[in-house]
Design a protein around this ligand. Structure first.
Ligand SMILES: [Zn+2]
Length: 223
């Protein structure tokens, strides 16, 4: 197991892994020490704009605030109807309860989710990380070996039933040891990335339904 030095008492103690950020209690002084992996330290610098990643494959930001406001407004409206059309005594507390509940739904703290996929040329790796409300919640990395024979392979297909399904975008980079899936913002971004790396871009097109993917689709990402 790897050793780290306590930032408080400067004594050395063992931790589980250098790859995973975690909190440890120092066995010497008992102070809670936050260990941050090399990957997460790098990721935080990217997020704080201290490092400009060599290539940005995806940067997306989503919020569930609107959902809370719509649901909250529905409950408030229902509460107002109950207060207005009160016929029995219980509709008054029920209506008031709906007003309180609806307003708390509308103003409850929403989650802002930011997803990044970047390429780090120095260590030739694709890094994907997720922030929620400004806190790093997920990070992972894949080493990429860029050779002339590598290709960026793209295709999309429809997943799920008729109206409720959605398009799934697949982007891979072929590797001798097996293709790596990249989190990437659509076909044109994938082509830009292929151009950036100086390798072939290979689009296999859009396919309406999962079962309409050609039989040989599993060979698309072969080396
Ligand atoms: Zn200590």
């Amino acid at each position: 197991m790897p050793d780290v030095r306590c930032t408080n008492c400067k004594e050395v103690f063992e931790i589980d892994s250098l790859e995973i950020s975690a909190n440890y209690d120092c066995p010497h002084c008992g102070k809670n020490i936050k260990f941050t992996s090399e990957l997460d330290r790098w990721v935080k610098k990217v997020y704080q704009n201290q490092i400009e990643p060599d290539f940005l494959l995806l940067k997306s930001r989503s919020s569930d605030a609107l959902v809370g406001i719509v649901i909250g407004m529905g409950i408030v409206l229902f509460g107002l109807v109950m207060l207005y059309a009160w016929m029995f005594i219980f509709t008054i507390p029920a209506g008031l309860f709906c007003l309180w509940w609806g307003f708390s739904c509308m103003f409850t703290e929403s989650t802002i989710r930011e997803v990044f996929s970047v390429y780090d040329k120095e260590k030739s790796r694709n890094i994907v990380f997720v922030y929620e409300n400004g806190e790093l919640v997920e990070s992972s990395q894949h080493e990429i070996i860029v050779e002339e024979r590598c290709r960026i392979v793209c295709y999309s297909f429809w997943e799920g039933g008729g109206d409720t399904g959605s398009t799934v975008w697949m982007t891979y980079i072929t590797q001798k040891t097996g293709a790596i899936r990249l989190v990437c913002d659509g076909f044109s971004k994938a082509k830009q990335f292929a151009d950036y790396l100086g390798i072939t871009y290979d689009s296999k097109g859009s396919h309406g339904k999962l079962n309409s993917l050609p039989d040989d689709s599993h060979t698309w990402t072969e080396w």
